[in-house]
Design a protein around this ligand. Structure first.
Ligand code: UD1
Length: 417
């Protein structure tokens, strides 16, 4: 079993570059299925979830070539639209293949997707939206059977702006007859990235990032190239690592405009931030002030994926911080591990109350899920003494070579296999 051994309490310094966004590349890889030709995707991180997506594409008959951060998908040879249970279970995003398979094959069989255990993760919004496009869906023995004769455009209102459901609809509606209009869609930057990719292959989609997305069905798609946007949660991981450990780091290959709400919290804590077109420099020298309440919300609100990272930061800020998790109900599994390191945190339902100012101490802790695991790395970097973090398979789902990246800015972190 691999572990990360971290010797904390050292300021970080230097430059670090952020890899492409996991939450962009996964729906984009799923969307490659709909075009019977060659698509080249740049800035693809080498992550466990990306490898899972490649396994699904390969199992469906696509040919994949991977060279550094470039993935070339030839989906001209798709010969099946069923995803086996073990592949579905590897990650939550496997559900995004549903819209793509229906677009391409008019039928699909999947089971319920896996992914981090963050509380119930239903797919009812995906299924009810797909039904509106004319798809018939039946469930039997844990399998979901979908088929459609002719996809037709529809008005779809999402009661909650689900990221995955918005993506599934956008992909499924690409070849639907007429216009599909999604009201209350998710507005995350990754939705805009998917729109750009689909438009690059010939789609007619407008409105991503806003309150209404319109998809005019097309009948033909084309070979295309696309560059995935930077991962704002990986960028937030480095920012909070510097905020907790102290130091001066230039974080490159980021889109600062996609990180406003997180940067505002960091500035409020007393960190100095300087932003350029594609970088953020963070300097932290002095003790940290309270950041105020943290409430997770759909974009452009505070991201649920950064909640654990900022909770760790709050343990080092003056006074009390209240965190309210509004998206996933079971996103505090990292708290008992953080308490082992000396943090003062109490949770009740969706709320966590953090009394800041306690010095963190190194400890042996387990990563409970992807972002909770990343938060424990950040805590260990700021803690006195040695920490050993296990259950790294969660962290490897979303971070490429995190130990190498953090070592390059002075962290003492090694992976022991
Ligand atoms: C995506 C991100 C994940 C992020 C989340 C919220 C990817 C690969 N993952 O996940 O990192 O934490 O957005 O920003 O992009 N819901 C339903 N029914 C549904 C779908 C969702 O009730 O059919 C609920 C979920 O249980 C959750 C909320 O809606 O409470 C948000 O889920 P959603 O936006 O769909 O998240 P994901 O797409 O799974």
């Amino acid at each position: 079993m691999s572990v990360l051994r971290i010797n904390g309490g050292r300021p970080l310094a230097g430059r670090i570059s952020v890899h492409g966004a996991k939450n962009s590349v996964l729906p984009i890889l799923a969307a490659t299925l709909i075009h019977p030709g060659e698509m080249t995707i740049h800035n693809c991180p080498d992550l466990r979830d990306v490898r899972s997506a490649i396994k699904i594409l390969t199992a469906l008959g696509a040919k994949i070539k991977r060279e550094k951060d470039k993935i070339v998908v030839d989906a001209g040879t798709i010969n099946c639209c069923n995803i086996a249970d073990d592949l579905m279970r590897e990650m939550r995003s496997s559900v995004i293949f549903l819209g793509a398979m229906l677009s391409r094959c008019k039928s699909a069989v999947i089971s319920y997707p896996g992914g981090c255990e963050l509380g119930p993760r239903p797919i009812d919004l995906h299924l009810s939206a797909l039904k509106k496009l004319g798809i018939s869906i039946t469930e039997e023995n844990g399998k979901i059977y979908c088929s459609v004769e002719n996809l037709s455009g529809a008005d779809i209102h999402l009661p909650f702006p689900s990221v995955g459901a918005t993506e599934n609809i956008m992909i499924a509606a690409m070849f639907a007859k007429g216009r599909t209009r999604i009201t209350n869609p998710a507005r995350e930057p990754e939705i805009e990235d998917l729109q750009n990719f689909l438009c690059a292959m010939g789609g007619k989609i407008t409105g991503a990032g806003g309150h209404v997305i319109e998809i005019e069905g097309v009948s033909k798609t084309f070979d295309c190239e696309h560059k995935v946007i930077p991962d704002r949660i990986v960028a937030a991981t480095y920012l909070t690592a510097v905020a907790v450990s102290g130091g001066d780091v230039l974080i490159e290959n980021v889109e600062p405009s996609q990180m406003n709400v997180m940067c505002e919290k960091l500035s409020r804590s007393g960190c100095l931030l300087y932003q350029g077109e594609n970088y953020i420099r963070i300097i932290r020298k002095n003790p940290l002030y309270s950041m105020g309440e943290i409430k997770t919300e759909p974009y452009p609100g505070f991201p649920t994926d950064a909640q654990a990272l900022f909770a760790v930061l709050a343990t080092q800020c003056d006074g009390q911080t209240v965190v309210r998790e509004n998206i996933f109900e079971n996103r505090y599994q990292y708290v008992p591990e953080l308490v082992k390191m000396g943090a003062d945190i109490k949770t009740c339902g969706r709320v966590a109350v953090i009394n800041g100012g306690n010095c963190l101490n190194g400890a042996a802790v387990k990563a409970p899920d992807l972002r909770g695991g990343a938060a424990l790395i950040v805590a260990a970097l700021g803690a006195q003494g040695e920490s050993i973090i296990s259950e790294l398979s969660h962290i490897d789902r979303g971070y490429e070579n995190i130990e190498g990246c953090l070592s390059s800015i002075g962290a003492q972190i090694v992976r022991e296999v």
